[in-house]
Design a protein around this ligand. Structure first.
Ligand code: ADP
Length: 269
């Protein structure tokens, strides 16, 4: 009887512990959802007035004779635009976190896609005094991506490469390995200290002493990249040498079996 009583009280205790654990998990999920909704609402609310600031500034600048183009107004425009971009990134991120990112995967010629994106970046790279090397040979088959999301991934990596590189080159390359597409964005920039490498994909994480070309940023670009790549069943990794450069490597599996079937279209782009 004593044994039975002991067993009974042990199972009551473990049921209680389970219930508490469950409540804690529910509470955490609720808080997480509230935080995401908060970010999403705040970014939304910020966007409208910002658009209303940017519009008239653009108009005023457009109507100004070249000689009168006031520098202060240009400064206002640049900073409003910067804020606008940050708010958009935040919004992208919170939307995705809330699972509202409605991906649409289509087969894409990744070689053409990447080459076009990199070429669009050519002038930004050159005006930063850097060289752009694009090495994207055709792959044996198309890859399933959401074109808009994948564009965000590549553009985020490219703009970071420009931001954190003073001299040298930015190299974008594509390869086919183990039935996967491997996309690399390499730079000869400031690099990332080894101990901080694992943290760069964390939300809002910015390397403490990075001497980037400009210090603007939110620290969510790479978190967004990682989430978007995961949504494609792929992975992103980084290697870096301080003062020598950084390489981001994306891996994207072939085919569409790993993707939710209702989000896949088979029309080739
Ligand atoms: P940020 O908006 O600060 O650029 P990211 O999430 O894109 O945010 O990057 C996080 C941090 O990782 C950056 O603040 C920077 O310190 C570091 N980083 C990202 N890309 C590079 C790169 N190509 N070279 C050196 N450091 C980088």
């Amino acid at each position: 009887l004593q044994l039975l009583a002991r067993q009974l009280s042990a199972s009551i205790a473990s049921a209680r512990a389970y219930e508490q654990e469950k409540q804690r998990a529910e509470e955490l999920a609720r808080l997480d959802a509230a935080k995401t909704a908060f970010f999403s609402n705040v970014s939304h609310e910020f966007r409208t007035p910002l658009t209303l600031i940017l519009g008239p500034i653009e108009d005023a600048l457009a109507g100004m004779p070249k000689s009168l183009e006031g520098e202060p107004l240009e400064l206002v425009r640049r900073n409003a635009l910067r804020l606008y971009k940050m708010v958009n990134t935040l919004l992208d991120f919170s939307r995705m976190e809330a699972g509202r990112a409605q991906a649409r995967y289509v087969p894409v010629d990744l070689s053409v896609f990447t080459t076009n994106l990199a070429s669009a970046f050519q002038s930004a790279v050159e005006s930063a005094g850097l060289r752009l090397v694009v090495d994207c040979p055709p792959l044996p088959e198309p890859l399933y991506v959401d074109p808009e999301m994948w564009e965000k991934v590549v553009l985020n990596l490219l703009s970071n490469a420009v931001k954190y590189t003073y001299r040298g080159e930015i190299r974008v390359s594509l390869q086919w390995e183990d039935a996967q597409a491997i996309l690399r964005v390499e730079d000869t920039g400031v690099g990332i200290p080894e101990e901080e490498l694992p943290r760069v994909f964390e939300r809002f994480y910015r390397v403490r002493v990075t001497q980037g070309r400009s210090h603007e940023g939110t620290g969510i670009g790479l978190a967004l990249v990682q989430e978007l790549v995961k949504l494609h069943g792929g992975s992103v990794a980084v290697t870096s040498q301080l003062g020598r450069g950084t390489t981001f490597t994306l891996r994207l599996p072939r085919g569409a079996e790993h993707l939710p079937p209702d989000r896949v279209e088979h029309t080739f782009r």
